[in-house]
Design a protein around this ligand. Structure first.
Ligand code: GLN
Length: 543
């Protein structure tokens, strides 16, 4: 069948979970046997979120093909299993930079370059490009209806709605139905106003997905339908639930999939197969055991900064039938307080990716605690670099070991690499390069050594994982570190870039230069997270 487009907008307030809604709808349509692709249009002016602080924007999600994208792309992949690509996320900044680039080249042949049609054409082209016969494209529009900056996107999808016709395009609007405790009522007015705002730009929603903290009675549902000019069945409640992986099941129970298929005049046929989701939710709700993992990082007050990581740890729990409790520790605390006070009794320690010197010494101390107390340790990207510095200083006796990310040091065991191979090509960067897009980004292969712990965990000798970093562990320190007990268990295929390290004399101590959390899914937990949580469970039986 021809590809159908479902556009998802949001109203009333931000943070209603449009990303999750898009991802879960994708999973639900897949459960009915359809193929899907989920995309996001982001209204801000940054060319991509790569240069934005996690405090601003949460995690930067990296795709196999090296795009630095919005964290919602992570939800899409975790729910649908479809690997996102460069062509699944675009910002206003990128659209304008492309249009302006073309203007400078003279591609517009002397014409006046305008938002309509040039910017909107570029947006429409993006939405409809690079498709491979998917049954449905779900396209989320970032921001909230009424924002000035999302207007070109709304105009572009309005045009697409006309061009494709209602048999190939559908609009879903996510709103909030708040409960006012003072009057004891659910309020529909914000939804009415938000739909009016959407209609003002020419878009009439076909389904309203209404976030609410309690069931929406028929009275309110009918009222929303009446005032918003849609059928009551098309007002779909999106109720708060205990686990995000219940959302596809919930949407089906509320009839969201039926509304979508009805809109496109597709015979709903058999019920969707939601067994996998039921199994996942069952394991989350009724675990057999639990472990406590300390995550020692920088952005610990902001859960969105480590979204994929916390999900991947939860996936490790799902595969082990265990609940994983996360203890977020800001590493700077170890500048003044003892590690024992905070880390004693935890069943696993994880140092995630990070940038900059602040808090680095605290992370190194956390590594030291894990190594000396034989607590399972998982170092991801920066966390691997800190583990190498710790081993260099405390096992190999290189007291001046450090990373050049923090300035010059006696033994730069972590340093800036200016040249590396990707397949047949040599890629380069220099110290003074632009900050955007100049890291080692995306999937790179790694060769895992025979008889190493990591090769045993993966059950493979060659892997490909996603990267996002500027600095590398310096291969020239391999001999001295291996003599001290740290194995370089995986490297780039040419042997020049250390990709993974492990300690011999330790129950579970692994560092990886890549981000395995980006590829973990609830229905396919990443082997490293599965194994780390299993090791933490073993540890919990000891302490
Ligand atoms: N700051 C380090 C680097 O750029 C690590 C990056 C990361 O953890 N993602 O190499």
């Amino acid at each position: 069948m021809a590809t159908r487009f479902i556009f998802i907008t949001g109203g009333v307030v931000s943070s209603l979970g449009k990303g999750l809604a898009s991802a879960a709808l994708g999973a639900l349509l897949q459960a009915r046997g359809y193929s899907v692709r989920v995309r996001k249009l982001d209204p801000y002016l940054n060319v991509d979120p790569g240069t934005m602080s996690p405090f601003e924007h949460g995690e930067v999600y990296v795709t196999d093909d090296g795009a630095e994208t919005d964290l919602d792309l992570g939800h899409y992949e975790r729910f649908t299993g479809v690997a996102a690509t460069q062509s699944d996320n675009v910002t206003t900044g990128r659209i304008y930079s492309d249009v302006l680039g073309r203007e400078r080249r003279g591609d517009y042949l002397g014409g006046t370059v305008q938002v309509i049609p040039h910017v909107t054409d570029a947006i429409k082209k993006f939405v409809t490009a690079d498709l491979h016969g998917e049954d449905f494209v779900i396209c989320e529009i970032g921001g909230t209806v009424g924002d000035i900056e999302s207007l070109p996107f709304l105009e572009a999808i309005r045009q697409l709605g006309n061009e494709l016709g209602s048999e190939r395009a559908m609009f879903v609007h996510l709103t909030l139905v708040p409960y006012l405790s003072a009057s004891g009522e659910l309020k529909t007015k914000p939804t009415q106003h938000s739909v009016m705002e959407l209609q003002r730009v020419g878009i009439r929603p076909h389904v309203l997905l209404c976030r609410c903290d309690r069931p929406i009675p028929d009275g309110e549902r009918n009222k929303i339908a009446l005032f918003c000019n849609i059928r009551p069945e098309a007002v779909v409640p999106g109720l708060d639930i205990d686990t995000i992986y219940q959302v596809p099941i919930e949407y089906h129970e509320q009839g969201f999939d039926t509304q979508v298929l009805n809109h496109f005049k597709i015979d709903p046929g058999a019920q969707p197969n939601l067994d996998t989701w039921r199994e996942i939710v069952g394991r989350i709700r009724e675990p057999d055991g639990e472990v406590n993992i300390a995550v020692v990082g920088k952005y610990t007050d902001l859960p969105d900064a480590y979204k994929s990581l916390s999900e991947a740890l939860a996936h490790g729990g799902i595969s082990n039938h265990a609940r994983v409790n996360l203890d977020w520790i800001a590493s700077e605390i170890f500048d003044t307080e003892d590690t024992v006070e905070h880390l004693n009794g935890v069943h696993g320690i994880l140092v995630p990716g990070g940038f900059g010197e602040r808090g680095a010494e605290g992370k190194i101390r956390a590594v030291q605690f894990a190594r000396e107390h034989k607590v399972p340790y998982f170092g991801i990207c920066f966390g691997m670099q800190m583990a190498v510095i710790e081993a260099a200083r405390n096992l190999a006796g290189l007291s001046g070991a450090g990373s050049t990310e923090f300035g010059p040091c006696g033994d730069p065991v972590v340093g800036l690499m200016t040249e590396w191979q990707r397949g047949e090509e040599t890629e380069q960067r220099a110290a003074g390069d632009n900050m955007g897009g100049t890291m080692r980004l995306g999937a790179y292969p790694a060769a895992l050594g025979d008889r190493t712990h990591i090769a045993e965990i993966y059950g493979l000798s060659e892997i490909a994982e996603r990267h996002r970093h500027r600095y590398e562990v310096n291969i020239n320190y391999r001999d001295v570190l291996e003599k001290a007990g740290m194995t370089f268990s995986g490297t780039s295929p040419d042997g020049l870039l250390p990709e993974t390290i492990e300690l011999e004399d330790h129950p579970w101590f692994i560092g990886v230069q890549f981000h395995p959390e980006l590829k973990s899914k609830p229905f396919e937990p990443h082997p490293l997270f599965k194994s780390f949580v299993a090791a933490a469970l073993d540890q919990s039986r000891l302490v």
